[in-house]
Design a protein around this ligand. Structure first.
Ligand SMILES: [Zn+2]
Ligand SMILES: [Zn+2]
Length: 283
């Protein structure tokens, strides 16, 4: 990896051998970027992300901030900072619209959201999408929360919380199984005409795999997820954030699954999942 991101121009991409190099012909688009509206991210400005994108040789980016959580859902994380506040949504749309105009000469900025799929909150999520959907160019549907014994838990918050959830479910295997079940449910859910077209980080349950590994490979579950993505005409978020996570060390999904998806004809869209301008980079 380049210490100086200014040197990581598009000609230098795909240096990382963990990445399936044929997944996308050339990285000229980053479809998963966070913003200063993220309460667990950085305060880096929208302009600083655009400048960084241009310096990397990108042509298109999507600002995909965590959408406000659905009405009535209580964020289970300690600081309740998983998503943008509902009261910030209008300002987010206004500011991304303004930056889209400002950078139109150099960069195609798509206005998007990373929407949570929360099992049991489909109606509320659909209502949110019906309201905000017409303002969006692009969006992602992701699973971060699982319903465990009547309570919602965030699986990627910390290794400790991951271990506690696995213990409550009986095993790491059981956590993985529930994660893949929920991802499959997200693909099949009726979220209305503005349902996101791209499914986020389908193997996020592997974020802490160097600490807690499942014994099963879940090949069948992954195949079922890819088949459902294909049938529904959706895209896959080829998310590299896992490569920067000390206990993960691979993309979401890993390259074998990216290859499988590509072979099936599923469009893969590179996503850095950057939460800072410096996090917007190539691998
Ligand atoms: Zn985030
Ligand atoms: Zn996410």
């Amino acid at each position: 990896m380049c210490a100086d991101s200014r040197h990581c121009r598009s000609t230098n991409i795909f240096k990382h051998d963990l990445i399936y190099k044929g997944a996308v012909s050339m990285i000229i688009r980053d479809g998963h970027i966070h913003t200063p509206f993220c309460p667990h991210g950085s305060a880096d400005t929208l302009a600083s992300y655009c400048e960084q994108a241009i310096s990397l040789g990108l042509k298109t980016i999507t600002f995909a901030e965590h959408a406000p959580l659905p009405a009535g859902f209580s964020d289970p994380t300690p600081n309740q900072d998983s998503a943008m506040a509902a009261s910030d949504l209008n300002a987010y749309l206004q500011e991304t619209r303004a930056i889209k105009k400002e950078y139109a000469h150099a960069l195609d900025v798509l206005i998007g959201l990373e929407v949570d799929y929360i099992f049991g909150y489909e109606a509320e999520t659909k209502a949110l999408l019906n309201e905000v959907g017409p303002s969006l160019d692009d969006s992602i549907l992701s699973v971060h929360f699982l319903k465990v014994g009547g309570h919602y838990r965030c699986i990627d918050y910390s290794p400790e919380e991951f271990a506690a959830i696995a213990a409550d479910l009986g095993s790491t295997n059981a956590l993985y199984a529930l994660y893949y079940d929920t991802v499959l449910a997200s693909i099949c859910a009726d979220l209305g005409p503005y349902k996101p077209k791209r499914i986020g980080h389908i193997t996020l349950c592997k974020k802490f795999q160097k600490l807690y590994q499942a014994e099963q490979s879940f090949g069948q579950e992954i195949s079922a997820i890819l088949a459902a993505i294909h049938e529904n005409g959706l895209q896959l978020d080829y998310n590299y954030a896992g490569l920067t996570k000390p206990y993960c060390g691979e993309s979401y999904p890993p390259k074998e699954i990216a290859l499988q998806a590509k072979t099936m004809g599923i469009p893969l869209v590179y996503g850095s999942d950057a939460h800072s301008a410096a996090g917007l980079r190539m691998f």
